[in-house]
Design a protein around this ligand. Structure first.
Ligand SMILES: C[S@@+](CC[C@H](N)C(=O)[O-])C[C@H]1O[C@@H](n2cnc3c(N)ncnc32)[C@H](O)[C@@H]1O
Length: 249
């Protein structure tokens, strides 16, 4: 499929059209799946755990409800879904993780053995779920990788029920001195360590580039409103290195 309108979304260095970009992103995550968790914890110095926990806690009022259905989109190896499950407990919401990389999902399945979570192989831009199925949709460090952000927001909106909530956790770019230090780490140190541990060079050059391409919070909130969401808000975490966008349908 070739784009006919200008879309805003992730692109790797080699790809420009939407389908090729999505395929390249899927291949990239598949190639690093075996080392993904280790790299995540090393490169974020374990702060990623805090970010998942904070995001899950923010939606505790939904995940604690036994009648609620929760979708964690671009779930990867499952850590956001597990953080939600921890908040809700065994009597809490039914949690489904969805991702388009079978290799990432396989690891989620293994890590979640014995827990009542569902794992579905699916493209976030074409979800195999009915309208209004979920009470909450989350996505951690996944949304930024979509080849078309507006289409992604529309699809999340479609599968949420009225009054349902969305939480998108992703990287940001801190400002000021912290921003300078962070950019040095993110653009120089992180790609070098990432390439060394994973043995694959593409993904860790793509990561800072994808964060730089991602809309600033004000623009992202505007896009969420355009998709139909209300009460849109952004909460930065850790000097704005990451942050969560949240809203209601
Ligand atoms: C950086 S990982 C994040 C994984 C996990 N949520 C976490 O916090 O560790 C991004 C994930 O998004 C998935 N992804 C990217 N684009 C996708 C799409 N269009 N549909 C489904 N999954 C997608 C990738 O396969 C990858 O597993």
């Amino acid at each position: 499929m070739t784009e006919t309108v200008k879309t805003v979304g992730a692109r790797t260095a080699e790809t420009q059209d939407q389908k090729a970009a999505a395929d390249a992103v899927r291949e990239m995550f598949t190639s690093i799946a075996p080392r993904y968790d280790l790299l995540n914890h090393v490169l974020s110095m374990n702060v990623d755990r805090l970010w998942w926990w904070r995001t899950a806690r923010r939606f505790r009022h939904i995940v604690r409800r036994g009648d609620a259905r929760v979708l964690d989109l671009c779930c990867g190896t499952g850590d956001m879904a597990f953080a939600l499950y921890k908040q809700g407990g065994p009597q809490g919401a039914t949690i489904t993780g969805a991702d388009f990389s079978a290799a990432m999902l396989e690891r989620a399945r293994m890590k979640g053995a014995g827990k009542p979570l569902e794992w579905v192989e699916a493209d976030a831009l074409q979800l195999p779920f009915d309208n209004a199925r979920f009470d909450l949709v989350t996505s951690a460090f996944g949304f930024r990788n979509l080849a078309n952000y507006d289409a992604g927001l529309r699809e999340i909106f479609r599968v949420l029920r009225a009054d349902g909530e969305v939480g998108i956790l992703d990287f940001g770019e801190p400002k000021g001195l912290m921003g300078k230090l962070y950019r040095f780490y993110f653009r120089r140190v992180l790609p070098a360590i990432g390439t060394m541990i994973s043995g694959v060079s593409g993904p860790y050059a793509y990561l800072p580039a994808s964060v730089a391409r991602f809309p600033e919070p004000a623009e992202m909130l505007r896009r969420m409103k355009t998709a139909g969401f209300r009460e849109v808000a952004y909460t930065p975490y850790t000097f704005g290195i990451a942050g969560v966008y949240w809203a209601k349908k």
